[in-house]
Ligand binder design. Sequence first.
Ligand code: PLP
Length: 513
Amino acid sequence: MRTKLRSQHRAVPPCLFSAMNAENFQTSERLVSAAYVRQGSQGRRAHELRLRALLEQGKCPEDGWDESTIELFLHELAIMDSNNFLGNCGVGEREGRVASGLVARRHYRLIHGIGRSGDISAVQPKAAGSSLLNKLTNSLVLDIIKLAGVKTANSCFVVPMATGMSLTLCFLTLRHKRPQAKYIIWPRIDQKSCFKSMITGGFEPVVIENVLEGDELRTDLKAVEAKIQDLGADNILCVHSTTSCFAPRVPDRLEELAEICAKYDIPHIVNNAYGVQSSKCMHLIQQGARRGRIDAFVQSLDKNFMVPVGGAIIAGFNDSFIQEISKMYPGRASASPSLDVLITLLTLGTKGYQRLLKERKEMFSYLSSEMKKLAEAYNERLLDTPHNPISLAMSLKELSEQNGTAVTQLGSMLFTRQVSGARVVPLGTVQTVSGYTFEGFMAHTNKYPCAYLNAASAIGITKEDVDVFLKRLDKCLKALRKGKDDGKYSLVANEDTVFDIGKCSIAEGDTEN
Ligand SMILES: *Cc1c(COP(=O)(O)O)cnc(C)c1O
């Protein structure tokens, strides 16, 4: 019996899972009958095989793993790190000591983070487990990016900074290649972090106003090209374009922008903040890279993978450029965002992630048709923005024509009724960001024809979210209309007067991420 068991275990290749190895199983037979031990070891082997496939292929498994497999895996990774060595004596300045057990458990005892002083992607000799985690995560994330539609992407890494800072890191890397270039050509999108990503890096954004086509705001390609000729290609650090955005702006014309960048030999960085969840955004990036030039595209972890805020993915088509960016990161970094996304992808599997993407798309259609009905019931309309796959907008024409503050009142009412993410955009907001003044801020253009309200169908949204949102929106609009019947817009429901809504900026508070 023993020899049989041993030979059986010899067939299993050396594996990360080690706590209950062949030797220990055999020893267990002294306490529990060999047949039971054998069954136990076979049970374990099923977990090991999943891990073997993961290590061999570096791809997201099709079927999600049980939490038991994931936890086993994480514990095994952790004991490969020196802070968990039983005989370790640390006399360095960073020994992965953690005072709180709660903190240690929160991180699965992976304390060393990722990277070395010079490169966020480098292997950390003190932490084989954390280093393996980092490499595996980057490999799985690349697999998902390809699966989501950018098939020829060939390099990426998770960086523990949100999207804005990650864009800055890309720009700073380009500065070393184009030291004299200070301008960044930026088709306008009214979102502060992507604007500040350029300011923080010390660059000068050149804002290209969008053009109105029907209801949609689209990239002004002629203006982009004219600006390049005007400033001189050598003085331009890059073109900084955007996919995912609030309607009625739509994703930039990436293909044409990429062609312009190729023509003038100008780098091209794409802000794909929440675009991984949309096959359309991903397709645009793929087409841009096929037809022209895209150097890197950056996406948020929390917005695309349902994890806490804290990380982004920098991806591209030229491995050596993406590596240059990772080398630009000074020092070590938190492993938390990588760990969160790794756990999430192993939990979901590709099937689970694709199911979420499919459900999101279905909810987008549902939200779109329901918002259209509601808009029409109030003599408004759903703006026609077919190129925006995630965000929708409905006009608030009547409301804004009757009373200047009614639109912001609506925003406040939705906020106090716990509708989050809906965003009202009044006309004529002027906002100064880092010394630059934007007219019509939030609307992506100086003068959009009407005020409107945004809602988005983002990954994880449920039918209940949509139904409850529309019900509450209906109530708010009804209340405001009642106010109108009295000759003025006013807040009818008492609960809303808890705040001095006319003056406070609650409405605005929910317009930014
Ligand atoms: C979320 C987002 C960003 C980046 O914001 P971070 O907080 O830095 O992740 C940039 N642009 C757009 C369009 C966004 O939606």
